[in-house]
Design a protein around this ligand. Sequence first.
Ligand SMILES: [Fe+2]
Ligand SMILES: [Fe+2]
Length: 361
Amino acid sequence: MRLTSVNRLVPGDCLARPVYDGEGRVLVGVGVPLTATMIRRLKELGVYALYLEDARTADVVLGDPLAPELRRRAVEVVREVMHRLTEGDEVTKRFVLQKQAASIRGVVNDLVEVVRENPEILQQVADIYTADGFLYHHSVHVAILSIGLGIEAGLTNGQLRDLGIGALLHDVGKLRIAPEILNKPTELTRDEYDLVKRHTTYGYEILQRLDAISIPSAQVALQHHERIDGSGYPLGLKGNEQHLLGRISAIADVYDAMTSHRVYRPGLLPHEAYEHIMAGCGTWYDSELVKIFVRQVAIYPVGQTVRLSTGEVGVVTEIPRGFPQRPRVRVLYDPEGCELAQPFERDLIRELSVVVADVFS
Ligand SMILES: [Fe+2]
Ligand SMILES: [Fe+2]
C-alpha cells in the first residue's frame, strides 16, 4: 500500500483503503480496479490522494481501527445533528436533539473505547473522503484526536464525553455562514474573515441553550480558535483562561484542518502541519499538550513516500510507538533514482545517522 496523488492514477489501479462520501458511506471500495471514468469522477469529487495497492508494498497494510461502520455512524450523527440545530424553530430543535442526544453519546462512548484500545489509531486519523464531506469527516477526526490527547492528559470519562461531543459539534456555527464564503476559492476579504470567525460564537449560542449539551462541550465550539498568547478569537483568552477542553481541541482542529485538502488550497503534508504546531508550542498551543501530540500522531504516515538523507527513496512501512519521527522505510530506489531489484528496509530507530530529508505528495 502506498499513498499517491489522484493525478498519477492509471486505469487498473486498485485502492488499498476506501474512499468515503459526504455521508460516510464507502464510495469506492478496496480492491476494485479503477476505470478511466472512475478516476475522472474521483477528481471531480475533490479527492486528491489515495492509498493504492502496490506489489512492492503489498504487505504494508494499515489496519482500520475506526471500523467503517463506526465512521459512517459518526459522520451521519454529526451531519444530522448539525443540520437539525440550524434549521427550524427552538421547540422542534429541542425535541429533535433530545432524541439525537443518545446517538451522539453512543458514538462518543464508542470513539473513546476505540481510542483507548487502539492508541495507534491516532498515528493516522485522516482518511480519504470527497470534498462535500469535509465538515463532517473533519468533525469526526477532531473528536478522535481530541479524545486521544484527552486520554493521555488524564481526563476523566465525563470530561472525555464532554470533549468528544464538543469536538463533534465544534464547527456547527459554520452552518450559519454562507457556503460561498466558507468555500471561496480565493483569499477572503477582511469582512468575510470576520464573518467566518463568528462560527465560534454562533456555535456556542446554538449549543449552550440545549439541555442535552453540557457547558464544557459548548465551550469547545466557542474556544477552539483561541491561542494561549491571547492572539486567537473570538475572545482573545490567555493561558488557562482558555478551558482545558478548548486547548485540546485547538491542536486537534488545526492539525486536521491543515492536513485536509480544501477547494481553496491543497492539504499540507502531516510533517508540515507538525512543524506549524511545534512552532506554536508554548505561544499558541499548550506546551504539555503539544508534547503529548508529537508522541501520538505520525509525522510520516504509513504509505508515505519519502527521500532519506542517503538519497534513497522509499515508502514508510511502520511507525514505532513513541518515536513517530523515526519510521521504518522500505527503500525502493537508489540515490540515482534507479529502481532496486531487491528492496530493503531501513529502520531509522537503529540507523540514527539517517533521517527523512524530503516527503512526496
Ligand atoms: Fe472552527
Ligand atoms: Fe474545525
